[in-house]
Ligand binder design. Structure first.
Ligand code: GDP
Length: 366
């Protein structure tokens, strides 16, 4: 599955947030109770209002949301790239996730020690980013010599990889994260960059952890983080981990009332999960029938057979075609039969690129 790693300095609220995520109603939705895959990894259901709409029309008995995983990655301190704290372990953990959720302390509380002795989330973000950049630079410099040699002796793979490595190295030497390259990268270079598995090439989402009273409005610290994120083309979620931890334990109705008293429309965790999903560059397609309406995850750009393979490898191997109805048509026309009568149920083949919200039915050989 797809995994977001929760990182940040000590005492910023990572564990509080992680625990809230894994306790929330969304995590325990439908048939998928939160499950611990391994210590510090939890799966959560991705909230999606379209599921209820489709299930209502298809008269489905059950609703099954799709899921993503969050990993609580503790242990980052200044000097991690030099092996301080749990430095190396921490960096190895980040290497294994698909995207980074970076928690920043935006709450004042004299009882909770800040490792740097002051509240300054932008400086904290830079501290963490610097460790990741140093680690990337070191790993690239280690590999560059070898790759240059091989490229000089006309090794095809090295010749393709070298310019990407060099561009990444230049960015890091200028003090910039490798993700800056993602803005206008050629698809073949993106594959190469992914293969390098650099820490700062992973997409990042900044989570501003604020005091209860600031959850609806944000504060001066969150504004500073938002400005920094905007410069990087990254997104920000303002959340109060303390509120989320409380809400996650309440029954639905009580949770809604509690949130509305605080001026909030939905749990911050729902926003966080959706943003995390977007960060991973994923889209959702649906299957719908009397038994269940279910959401499935594929990466953006996936073709129909790959989407079928998410359900079962046999579906991919024996793929013939996919009856495909756009979500909007499914809802506006009132279901599969009506969509078919209106000519809105398309028969798509192997080359079809799946669109977010497609309601699909696969035909396959066994
Ligand atoms: P981690 O080290 O980043 O995992 O941080 P923790 O989640 O363990 O939190 C460190 C301390 O800060 C704990 O005592 C939390 O109860 C407290 N804390 C976390 N979030 C908030 C918050 O939003 N407001 C306040 N006042 N305290 C918080």
């Amino acid at each position: 599955g797809f995994r977001c790693g929760i990182v940040g300095l000590p005492n910023v609220g990572k564990s509080t947030l992680f625990n809230a995520l894994t306790r929330t109603a969304a995590a325990q939705a439908a048939n998928y109770p939160f499950c611990t895959i391994e210590p510090n990894t939890g799966e959560v259901a991705v909230p999606d209002k379209r599921l209820d709409q489709i299930a209502g029309i298809a008269k489905s008995k059950e609703i099954v949301p799709t899921r993503i995983s969050f990993v609580d990655i503790a242990g980052l301190v200044r000097g991690a790239s030099k092996g301080e704290g749990l430095g190396n372990q921490f960096l190895a953990n980040i290497r294994e996730v698909d995207a980074v959720v970076h928690v920043l302390r935006c709450f004042e509380d004299d009882d909770i020690t800040h490792v740097e002795g002051r509240i300054d989330p932008v400086a904290d973000a830079e501290t963490v980013e610097t460790e990741l950049m140093l680690s990337d630079l070191e790993s690239l410099e280690r590999r560059l010599l070898q790759t240059r040699k091989r490229a000089a002796s006309k090794d095809k793979e090295s010749m393709a990889v070298l310019p990407v490595m060099e561009q990444a190295t230049t960015l890091l030497q200028d003090g910039k994260p490798v993700r800056v390259m993602l803005k206008d990268i050629a698809p073949e270079d993106l594959v190469i960059l992914k293969g390098l598995n650099l820490l700062t090439s992973k997409p990042v989402l900044y989570v501003c952890n604020v005091a209860e009273g600031d959850a609806a409005t944000g504060n001066e610290h969150t504004k500073a983080v938002e400005a920094m994120a905007a410069e990087q083309g990254a997104r920000t979620v303002v959340i109060s981990a303390a509120i989320e931890a409380e809400v996650a334990q309440l029954p639905d109705a009580d949770a809604r009332e509690f949130l509305s008293d605080l001026g909030l429309e939905e749990p911050g965790l729902d926003r966080l999960i959706r943003e995390g999903y977007g960060l991973l560059n994923l889209i959702t397609y649906f299957t719908a029938g009397p038994k269940e309406t279910r959401a499935w995850t594929v990466r953006k750009g996936a073709k129909a057979p790959e989407a079928a393979g998410v359900i079962h490898t046999d579906f991919e191997r024996g793929f013939i075609r996919a009856q495909t109805i756009a979500f909007k048509d499914f809802v506006e026309l009132g279901g599969e039969v009506a969509a078919r009568d209106a000519g809105k149920a398309r028969d798509e083949g192997k080359e079809y690129v799946v669109q977010d919200g497609d309601v699909m039915l696969f035909k396959f050989n066994v």
